[in-house]
Design a protein around this ligand. Structure first.
Ligand code: ZN
Length: 243
């Protein structure tokens, strides 16, 4: 089975469309944050429904936009865009976002998916953070996660944990006899690792390999929609910088 793994799309339709040009997969996994930040929530939710992920989890922005949580923990630009996103979703799409399950979810005995971490859906596993709590709560050999918008591989060998900075494109073969893994594909719609291209990965359960990809998309068009919507200008600016 080959999975296309996407995360943190954030209402960026142009980025999602570019990622979906890749078609060498059987099923889609979605790690949360379909909405929030950019200006195409309705079309983005519809496109996600169309590709019909075999498993999904909700993200923190999905929860706020769906009205399941207050925006108290959000900085003003995130809060403003969450409200704008909420107002620009149809009742059916809001229902879909509201129904996204809480992670972690075990998809196969081999792996699970989470938004923030297998320990807590809202934890941030930044590359410099300690992944010990996450590994302690890991119920499967591999967990794919999102939330930080930074492509990352953590692995645990014996009692030691390591982190690898992902370079694109790269294919990594997993050694499951000795290691356990926490893997972040990066963000489709708002990358924050200095590379503005949309990020995603493909996971092949036969060869036990993960392939990290980046694709160009029409950033100018996504920015123009953000500005036309009257959303905070920084949300447009950051897309070109990958920050
Ligand atoms: Zn996000």
């Amino acid at each position: 089975m080959r999975y296309l793994i996407i995360s943190d799309i954030h209402s960026n339709l142009e980025a999602l469309q570019a990622v979906l040009q890749y078609n060498h997969y059987d099923q889609v996994l979605m790690l949360g944050d379909i909405v929030g930040y950019a200006a195409d929530p309705e079309e983005t939710v519809k496109l996600i429904q169309q590709i019909n992920p075999v498993a999904s989890v909700r993200g923190n922005h999905d929860k706020v936009v769906a009205g399941l949580e207050k925006a108290d923990s959000f900085v003003p630009r995130a809060r403003d865009s969450a409200r704008w996103n909420q107002r620009h979703l149809s009742a059916e799409s809001l229902q879909y976002v509201r129904g996204l399950p809480k992670g972690p979810i075990q998809v196969e005995p081999l792996f699970s998916i989470a938004h923030g971490s297998p320990a807590d859906e809202d934890d941030y596993l930044f590359p410099h953070a300690s992944p010990n709590k996450a590994f302690k709560n890991l119920a499967t050999p591999i967990c794919f996660f999102g939330h930080t918008h930074i492509p990352t591989i953590f692995y645990r060998l014996g009692n030691a944990t390591y982190v690898t900075q992902v370079e694109h494109p790269v294919r990594v073969t997993l050694s499951l006899e000795s290691c356990r893994y926490l893997i972040n594909p990066g963000s489709v719609g708002q990358p924050r690792d200095g590379d503005p291209r949309a990020a995603f990965l493909a996971f092949d359960t036969q060869t036990l390999s993960v392939e990290f990809f980046r694709v160009n998309y029409d950033i100018a068009r996504a920015q123009q929609k953000i500005r036309a919507a009257g959303l905070p200008p920084f949300l447009a600016h950051r897309l070109a910088r990958g920050m």
